[in-house]
Ligand binder design. Structure first.
Ligand code: HEC
Length: 333
């Protein structure tokens, strides 16, 4: 009995002590929790800064000036013998336009200067020529990832002329991993003649859209979204030396989504450098989920010297392998 009481008492005492301590322990616990949260942020930020880019191979991706050549052009008479092959998805752009030695057979110097005309229509590839700009721009690309994030480092020669948000010099990246036509044709699947700044636009604002999503019902679009069949679009723009990011996705329109990107950058000796960081999996259905052991396709565009809208350089699609083969192999840390 005494024992029992003792036990009861003891139990009671312990209980009392706990409830008495609750007040004072709550404060250190709160601090501990905050510290934990902060340290998680700190660690992920430090990681982003800690990638030793000296250990990561750099691949040169040639970007070229396409003028008004759209998805419609790719499948139309002006593309000559290229059109039928694109329609059937028989070969990629690079299969026809890049030689075995890596040389590019595409007349971008004559497109940007306004000289080149389309074979069937006779229309100019660039109705508003850009003076003093090269037809091509080499972008150096490095990719790395760890358990949490993907890191993309891009460098390209630029003007450094970016001063305001409307005409910011920038790099935009489209990413997809479940669309065959994107693997073959990259950003061109989202570029159309009726968009703002393109020849058949009637003055309304019309942004990027995937040809496969045009005019589809909301049900169908929701289906594409849930299956990850859309283009993720990341932008890092320079306003002065400050780097700003935008996170979009492209389906039947270009939509803004929750911004899951961070970026750092600089402009030195005539060269822009940007490092973009994103979680491999953000948990947002409007972001393409990246996975170890899988590859994804990516298209790059560069806006330079305050040129806006379609007046940019673009790449053919590039595949990035995460511990699997790709045009570029991401280094695992
Ligand atoms: C089957 C081979 C083939 C494929 C695939 C192909 N092209 Fe072409 N492309 C051609 C040919 C051939 C021409 C020249 C057409 C002419 O002048 O008659 C051409 C012309 C062009 C031109 C006009 C400038 C120039 O150099 O003549 C552009 C721009 C272009 N292609 C871009 C692309 C892009 C972008 C893709 C992928 C979306 C692509 N092509 C896919 C064969 C191809």
């Amino acid at each position: 009995m005494g024992d029992k009481n003792g036990h009861l008492l003891g139990f009671h005492q312990v209980n009392l002590m706990n409830s008495e301590k609750l007040g004072p322990t709550l404060i250190p616990l709160t601090f501990l929790f905050l510290f934990f949260i902060l340290s998680v942020f700190y660690v992920s930020n430090v990681k982003a800064a800690e990638i030793d880019w000296g250990q990561v191979d750099a691949k040169t991706i040639k970007t070229f000036y396409p003028g008004v050549s759209s998805w419609g052009f790719m499948k139309g008479k002006d593309h000559g013998t290229g059109a039928n092959v694109v329609k059937k998805m028989g070969k990629s752009c690079a299969d026809c336009h890049v030689g075995k030695d890596g040389s590019y057979d595409i007349k971008s110097d004559q497109i940007i200067s306004g000289e080149l005309k389309m074979v069937a229509s006779g229309d100019a590839f660039e109705p508003e020529p850009l003076t003093g700009m090269p037809g091509f721009k080499d972008v150096s690309l490095q990719a790395a990832y760890d358990a949490e994030n993907i890191y993309l480092r891009l460098q390209w020669p630029g003007s450094g002329a970016s001063t305001s948000e409307e005409d910011a010099d920038r790099v935009s990246i489209q990413i997809a991993n479940k669309i065959k036509s994107f693997n073959l044709y990259g950003c061109f699947v989202s570029c159309h003649d009726d968009q703002s700044d393109m020849p058949e636009n009637r003055g309304e604002e019309k942004k990027l859209y995937g040809y496969f999503a045009k005019g589809k019902s909301q049900d169908k679009l929701d289906g594409y979204l849930s299956k990850g069949q859309f283009l993720d679009l990341w932008e890092a723009s320079f306003v002065g030396t400050e780097v700003k990011t935008e996170d979009y996705y492209v389906l039947e329109d270009r939509h803004e989504d929750k911004n899951d990107l961070t970026a750092t950058g600089s402009f030195e000796s005539g060269k822009y450098t940007v490092v973009i960081t994103r979680k491999l999996s953000t948990g947002d259905a409007k972001d393409i989920k990246l996975q170890d052991g899988k590859s994804f396709s990516m298209g790059i565009s560069i806006h330079d010297n305050k040129n806006k809208g379609r007046k940019h350089y673009v790449s053919f699609p590039v595949s990035i392998g995460l511990s699997t083969s790709g045009d570029v192999t991401a280094r695992k840390f």
